[in-house]
Design a protein around this ligand. Structure first.
Ligand code: PLP
Length: 365
C-alpha cells in the first residue's frame, strides 16, 4: 500500500486552491482552432515589449553563462534614486508576487493570523495558507476595503495586513487620508503590505504618495511591479520599498539569485523610459473611456477602476458569457473565485483590441 503523501503536507497547503491564471493565447488557439485572439485577461501591457528593453536584453544575451548580480546593485540604485529612498530600503523580487511570499515566509507562522479584504488579490490567501498561518477575511464595502473593520479585527495573533491599492480584480482605491489614518492606528507589531501593482495607472486624487510615509512607519512594506505599466510581465520582476530592517530580513530569506540577469537589465531600461510609461497611461485612460462608454450603451454597470482593467456586472452568471466570448476569440477573466460570479474582469487593451471585445460582447448579449 502506498502512503498518502498528501497527508504529509501542511494543513494549509492541503486546503490550498491553486491560482488560476488568465487563459494563454496558445491554448485558446489550439482548443478552438482560431487564429486571431485578443487577450484581455491578465492586465498585461497592450503596448507590447518596449523596443529599448528588447535592445538591451539582446545585448545582454551573450552573458547568460554568468550568474546574475545577486544583489541587484544597479537596479536597486536606479529604483532608489527614482523613488527618493535609500538603496538599502529596496528588495527585488521575482515579480512582486515573490515579495508577497517572502513577507509571509519571513514574518508568519502557524499561530499567527493575517487580515485582508473580501475580493482582494488571490495571492494573499495563497501565501498565507502556504506557511500555515490563518487568514481573516474582512467583508468588503462596495467592493472596496473596509479599513475600519480591518483595524477592529486585529488581535494578539495578527502579524500582517495586506492592502491592495488599487485592488485587483475590483479596481477600487483608497484615499491618501484614509490610508494614512489607518497606518497611524496600526499597532507597531502589525505589518502592512501596501500592494501598489497598479500605482502607475492612478491619476489625480487617486495618487497616494505612500513612499513619503516610510520614515514614519517602519512596519510599512510597499510593493510595486514591472509587470503591468512597464510591460515586463514575462520577465518576472518587482520590488518592495520598506524600512532598512524589513529589507534586511527579506534579503536573508530570498534565494541568492532570485532575479535573472535579463530581468535586471530590462527593468533598469524600462524604469528610465518615461515615454513608454506615459503612452501606457494614455492608452489606459482612453481605453477605460471606450470600454465604460460601451458598457453604458449596453445598460451594464461596472465597478469604477483606478487600474488597467475594469470589472463589469452582467447581472447573471458570467461564466457562459466568458465561454461565448472565448468562442469569438476574446479572452477575458471570470472572477467567480473572487466571489464575483456575475462579473467579468476586462484588461484595457489597444483601441483595436477594445473594439474587438466590444463587438464580441454585443454579439454575445
Ligand atoms: C499583477 C499583480 C501583482 C504583481 O504581479 P507580479 O507580476 O508578480 O509583479 C501584485 N498584486 C496585484 C494586486 C496584482 O494584480
Amino acid at each position: 500500500m502506498t502512503f498518502p503523501i498528501f497527508n504529509l503536507a501542511l494543513k494549509g497547503v492541503q486546503q490550498l486552491v491553486p491560482y488560476v491564471p488568465g487563459k494563454p493565447i496558445d491554448e485558446v488557439q489550439r482548443e478552438l482552432g482560431l487564429s486571431h485572439i485578443v487577450k484581455l485577461a491578465s492586465n498585461e501591457s497592450p503596448l507590447g515589449t518596449n523596443p529599448s528593453v528588447l535592445q538591451a536584453i539582446t545585448a545582454a544575451l551573450p552573458d547568460l553563462a554568468r550568474y546574475p548580480d545577486g544583489s541587484g546593485f544597479k537596479l536597486k540604485a536606479a529604483i532608489a534614486k527614482k523613488m527618493g529612498v535609500d538603496s538599502r530600503q529596496v528588495t527585488l523580487g521575482n515579480g512582486s508576487n515573490e515579495i508577497l511570499e517572502l513577507v509571509a515566509r519571513t514574518f508568519l507562522s502557524r499561530e499567527l493570523n493575517v487580515i485582508f479584504s473580501q475580493h482582494a488579490f488571490a495571492v494573499y490567501a495563497l501565501v498565507t495558507q502556504a506557511v500555515g498561518a490563518s487568514a481573516q477575511i474582512i467583508p468588503a464595502v462596495n467592493y472596496g476595503h473596509d479599513l475600519n473593520a480591518m483595524l477592529a479585527a486585529i488581535n494578539e495573533q495578527t502579524r500582517l495586513i495586506f492592502i491592495a491599492n488599487p485592488n485587483n480584480p475590483t479596481g477600487t482605491w483608497l484615499t491618501s487620508d484614509a490610508l494614512k489614518t489607518f497606518l497611524k492606528a496600526l499597532p507597531p507589531t502589525v505589518l502592512c503590505v501596501l500592494d501598489e501593482a497598479y500605482f502607475e495607472f492612478t491619476v489625480n486624487e487617486q495618487k497616494v504618495d505612500s513612499v513619503s510615509w516610510l520614515t514614519e512607519f517602519p512596519n510599512l512594506i510597499i510593493t510595486r511591479t514591472f509587470s503591468k505599466a512597464y510591460g515586463l510581465a514575462g520577465l518576472r520582476i518587482g520590488y518592495s520599498l520598506s524600512s532598512f530592517e524589513i529589507a534586511d530580513l527579506l534579503n536573508r530569506v530570498r534565494q541568492p539569485f532570485n532575479n535573472n540577469s535579463l530581468a535586471l537589465v530590462a527593468a533598469e531600461v524600462a524604469l528610465a523610459d518615461d515615454d513608454y510609461l506615459q503612452q501606457a497611461i494614455v492608452t489606459n485612460t482612453q481605453g477605460m473611456t471606450e470600454l465604460t462608454a460601451a458598457f453604458s450603451a449596453l445598460g451594464l454597470s461596472w465597478i469604477p477602476s483606478a487600474g488597467n482593467f475594469v470589472s463589469v456586472d452582467l447581472q447573471r452568471d458570467a461564466l457562459p458569457i466568458y465561454q461565448e466570448l472565448l468562442q469569438q476569440g476574446v479572452i477575458v477573466r471570470p472572477v467567480a473565485n473572487y466571489e464575483m460570479p456575475n462579473h467579468l474582469r476586462i484588461s484595457i487593451g489597444t483601441s483595436e483590441e477594445n473594439q474587438c471585445f466590444i463587438s464580441a460582447l454585443k454579439a454575445v448579449l
